[in-house]
Design a protein around this ligand. Structure first.
Ligand code: ADP
Ligand code: MG
Length: 411
């Protein structure tokens, strides 16, 4: 059974500290939603409230149509997998998997059947007699997943389940979790601080910072149209460059000056109501800032810079250079031969600029979702409209909802 999950105006206050502030979030039925953000931003608290391990200070949590604020964890039909996956050390894999069903009084034959199916799905069939100490980290993590999976819950909650695994295993388990979700489509809220996991696993990504939800969108939308400087800087590696800029509008045409160059804004991009002439923060993704010699023709802006650091990554190199007094990182092809203190020319496609209000940090530029002049106009435009409509609806809805839910809470 597929259930959606809703947080409506949810706050969690510990003493004087607000761990989660006015959270309005809907996880669609069958969706894999990744909740991402820096350590301490409120991710675990959010999951624990949904699991019933913490009570919200204000607001409502719904699973399906059922308000669960006062429902105990046992009766929420939610399964949670933690970073530190606690298995029973004295029990073998079979008994670890069967434990929850036995505790709930399921019939022996039903348990045997479900354990068998689950073990097969997770590739544990050959390991049933082993104890946790005789398993590798990845195998243990699979048993922990199996214990959650076997319950066939309405909702899966996973709190950084891969963060204790080494890099190779993480990649493998990432793929495995995505495959499991494809197969069972259980509504999942997956917490990570790893942006690669967020980008690769999520149907949508919810970005949190300091207890506040910053943006919820599909991975590419989030990457191409970050709502603010925090999201822009959090998603993407190497990080987006932020430099000082200045916006001027002459006879209705907006232009931005930064790093010693001036460019009119693309006619396909729209400025938001918050945009005003004056100081702005310009965001440049390292891959949009290229070596002139390797850049495509759309990269019409040329910036001259002096190389500070070259970091060869094998298939590419990150080149940090000083340009008009600001330090920027760009992605270079491998074996460029460029070295520290070389004078170089960087090239930029002006359609790839990001602009943020210098004070609030909010984006003031709605860029076409798929960006770039290489896309057919109609496709690009259709997607802009769709994303803008979606965004304004999302922004409107939570505010009315949270005011309402707070009123209900107080009354
Ligand atoms: N039981 C608690 N008592 C007091 N403060 C807490 C408690 N749980 C979490 N916090 C605080 O709430 C904030 C969010 O914590 P948490 O949800 O664990 O963040 P994350 O999982 O994103 O790292 C942190 O500042 C943390 O110190
Ligand atoms: Mg946490």
């Amino acid at each position: 059974m597929l259930s959606e999950v809703r947080f409506e105006g949810v706050h969690k206050i510990f003493g004087t500290e607000t761990a989660v502030e006015d959270l309005n979030l809907r996880v669609n039925a069958g969706e894999f939603l990744v909740l991402v953000g820096p350590s301490g931003c409120g991710k675990t608290t959010t999951l624990r409230m949904l699991a019933g391990l913490e009570r919200p200070s204000y607001g409502r949590i719904l699973i399906g149509d059922k308000l669960v604020n006062n429902v105990s964890p046992r009766f929420r039909d939610v399964a949670m997998v933690f970073q530190s996956y606690a298995l029973y050390p004295h029990m073998n894999v079979y008994d670890n998997l069967a434990f929850g069903m036995r505790a709930r009084g399921a019939a022996g034959s039903v348990i045997a059947q479900r354990v068998k199916e689950t073990a097969e799905v997770l590739g544990l069939a050959q390991l049933m007699k082993r104890r946790p100490s005789e398993l590798s980290g990845g195998q243990r993590q699979r048993v922990a997943l199996g214990r959650a999976l076997i319950r066939q819950p309405q909702v899966f909650l996973m709190d950084e389940p891969l963060s204790n695994l080494d890099a190779g295993l993480r990649v493998q388990m990432r793929a495995e979790l995505s495959r499991l979700h494809e197969r069972f489509r259980v509504t999942t809220l997956y917490v990570t601080h790893d942006q690669v996991e967020a980008m690769t696993m999520g149907d949508r990504i919810a970005v949190m910072n300091s207890g506040r939800l910053q943006q919820v969108d599909a991975p590419e939308t989030l990457y191409d149209n970050p709502a603010n400087i925090f999201v822009a800087g959090f998603i993407g590696s190497p990080r987006m460059n932020f430099v000082r800029g200045s916006l001027t509008t002459t006879r209705g045409v907006a232009a931005v000056e930064f790093l010693g160059v001036t460019t009119p804004l693309s006619s396909r991009a729209k400025l938001t109501a918050e945009a005003a002439d004056g100081a702005v923060t310009v965001g440049l993704r390292p891959e949009d800032l290229m070596w002139r010699r390797a850049a495509p023709p759309e990269s019409t802006l040329t910036l001259s810079a002096e190389v500070d650091v070259v970091e060869p990554m094998g298939h590419e190199a990150y080149v940090t250079a000083v340009c008009a007094g600001e330090t920027v990182t760009s992605r270079f092809p491998p074996r460029s031969g460029v070295r520290t203190r070389d004078r170089i020319e960087l090239a930029l496609n002006p359609a790839r600029l990001h602009l943020f209000d210098a004070r609030s940090g909010n984006t003031i530029l709605q860029r076409p979702v798929a960006g770039g002049a290489e896309l057919p106009r109609s496709v690009g435009e259709a997607r802009v409209d769709e994303s803008e409509e979606g965004r304004s609806e999302r922004q409107r809805e939570p505010h009315t909802r949270s005011a309402q839910s707070r009123a209900e809470e107080i009354s």
